[in-house]
Design a binder for this molecule. Structure first.
Ligand code: SAM
Length: 282
């Protein structure tokens, strides 16, 4: 008998991956956590039935959420990751020797424990001595911080359930306050393609525009997310994402990447007309 994982992307669209085996299923205080193994995408993590990452395509998301801001602010020393309990963003950050401290604020300890056991590909650098893990709500954590971070990465679930607060105006305002005077923030900002996701994306964009002087959106192709067309927000107190990007300085770091490169960096900020229209509408 064939086993399939299916996620409903809209009322009329479903996305399915053939599964060899379910490796883990558990209910935490916050969400249902499942790990599957599959012939095409390798092991993958879902929360409440929604795809978080697969071994095959996680490099795209994690490289784009980390190397884009790090290439604009290569002197970043103190970084805050909110969500991201799978460890993929932390893994990419630990490759920068100039980073002195990474605070990971993940609400659900069980996600971290399960990823450490089943997904060492992403969780393998959570034990780096520069990483401190805080099992807290990111919304509350940033309220108490002021002028501390060079970079904040919001690697959250979608804007419902525990992730809902991480898409609010209050949260973005507190991230602004928690950043140093040349700090910047990136966030996963949903897909522009299906209206149900585009509305959440527009709402988040509007709130970020209202909170930061520089606000742009960039994109990547992520096969296992709804429509495959995914957006990230780039918000900054000072630096412009392409004008203040020094490609040769980043190349000198000698980091090997599978998706990100300086041309992708520039190109990712060139958006299709329908996305520009959606962003202008807000
Ligand atoms: N790459 C993923 C995506 O876009 O689908 C995100 C993956 S990561 C596993 C998201 C994490 O955010 C989850 O582990 C979840 O527990 C965490 N999270 C959700 N709400 C949170 C909150 N308010 N504070 C801290 N972490 C939160």
């Amino acid at each position: 008998m064939e086993l399939w994982f299916t996620e409903k992307h809209t009322e009329h669209v479903k996305f399915s991956i053939q599964v060899d085996k379910q490796l883990y299923s558990g209910q935490s205080e916050f969400q249902r956590i499942d790990i599957f193994d599959s012939p095409e995408f390798g092991k993958f993590l879902t929360l409440d039935g929604y795809m978080m990452l697969t071994e095959k395509d996680e490099f795209i998301y994690h490289e784009m959420i980390v190397h884009v801001p790090m290439a604009v602010h290569p002197l970043a020393k103190r970084v805050l990751v909110i969500g991201g309990g799978d460890g993929g963003a932390v893994r990419e950050l630990t490759r920068y020797l100039g980073i002195e401290r990474i605070d990971l604020v993940e609400i659900d300890r069980q996600v971290v424990d399960v990823c450490r056991k089943y997904l060492p590909q992403t969780a393998g650098r959570l034990d780096d001595p520069r990483v401190s893990i805080h099992y807290e709500d990111g919304l509350k954590f940033v309220r108490a911080e002021e002028n501390v971070y060079d970079l904040i990465i919001v690697d959250s679930t979608d804007p419902f359930g525990p992730g809902e607060g991480l898409f609010t105006k209050e949260f973005y305002g507190n991230c602004f306050k928690a950043l140093k005077e040349d700090g910047l923030m990136v966030n996963q900002q949903e897909s522009p393609f299906y209206p149900v996701d585009a509305i959440a994306m527009q709402r988040a964009h509007k709130r970020i525009v209202d909170s930061f002087p520089v606000s742009r959106v960039y994109q990547a192709h992520i096969p296992t997310y709804p429509s495959g067309h995914w957006l990230f927000g780039f918000a900054s107190k000072k630096y412009h994402p392409t004008e203040d990007f020094d490609a040769s300085a980043w190349m000198k770091l000698g980091l090997k990447t599978r998706y990100y490169n300086p041309k992708i960096h520039i190109g990712a900020f060139a958006l299709p007309n329908y996305v520009k229209t959606l962003l202008e509408e807000v």
